[in-house]
Design a protein around this ligand. Sequence first.
Ligand SMILES: O=C(O)[C@@H](CO)OP(=O)(O)O
Length: 394
Amino acid sequence: MKHIVLIGDGMADYPIKELGDKTVLEAADTPHMDRMALEGINGLATNVPDGMPAGSDVANMSVLGYDPAKHYSGRAPLEAASMGIELDKNDVAFRCNLITIENGDILDHSAGHISTEEASQLMQAIEDELGGDVHFYPGISYRHLMVAQFGADAVCTPPHDVVEEPALDHMPRGDSAEKLQELIRASWNILSEHPVNKKRIEEGKRPANSIWLWGQGYAPSMPSFEEMYGLKAAVISAVDLIKGLGICEGMDVIEVPGATGYLDTNYVGKAEYALESLKDHDIVFVHVEAPDEAGHMGSLEAKIQAVEDFDSKVVGTILEGIEKLSEECTVLVLPDHPTPIAVRTHTPDPVPFVIYPSFNRDADIVKTYSEDAATDGILSTVRGCDLIRTMLSL
Ligand SMILES: O=C(O)[C@@H](CO)OP(=O)(O)O
């Protein structure tokens, strides 16, 4: 038996007035996920344990089979694993966004989804000027890292949680706050004077005129997925968070050309590489960031497009492909967390999941794939970190 887990990051939403009080999942054209819901078994997954932050780090740790309450030690250490950054036991890894501040407000957590090529030039300038007892490492688009030996207990705020709010109201507080604030302030001059940003402004693009530090922590220690579940696992994603999570769990990372972590990602390629990976893996996790980015942008049009692309190009390709496999294969589809358009950030609400086909179980009464329909699912509500075991038990 093979298994495929398809994660539409941030796909779930709330009822939206413009959609006649439907959610994006209810209004978008999603024939493949609807067919799975009709012919499969459904339920709600709680991927964010009570009291924990509703981040993609916590939620995807659940989806990838681990209880965040036991294993979570911060977001950036997971990203560091993907970026090949060895963390000593006293190293504190911080996520270092390149953001846009305008008139003192955090305008954009992604600096207009700056290209990786432009961002790496800016991060090199930051390292040249501010590197020393801290070091900066370039990642994908606006997502970079800083490693320090201080600040593990600082109170830092994800920039995508406070878009259009004054930056000074959300600067790091508590442990080593002064040092962290000094680094952020020092970046303003370095970045605003940089030719990359001068060109971006000439081209009418948002400048990456500040770094923003958050998501810090120490290196995690986790048993491997194979030790936990007895399955050889692979993971596919464009973003270092998910690849790093997979690496920490002993999974193989499968790189897909054209995977961007954005609306223009290589959806079909991710599905095709996933099917191929089943030749030498028992389970593959496929993560698609696009719906989440659309939610953070507050763009209803972009989120509907991202969900429809996920359904037609990822889920559709997978459902067609498993028909040609020489052995049975179950498919689990779910978001990690909602990223509702209305709030432009993550919420901890339970998310709909569907397992297809239901080899040994009759299909339940659910007819379509959505937040509301899933409440009638035969699997009721399952702790996200128990979902893999639930799927394996069917
Ligand atoms: O990568 C990030 O900074 C965040 C916000 O876009 O992504 P996610 O919501 O998936 O954690």
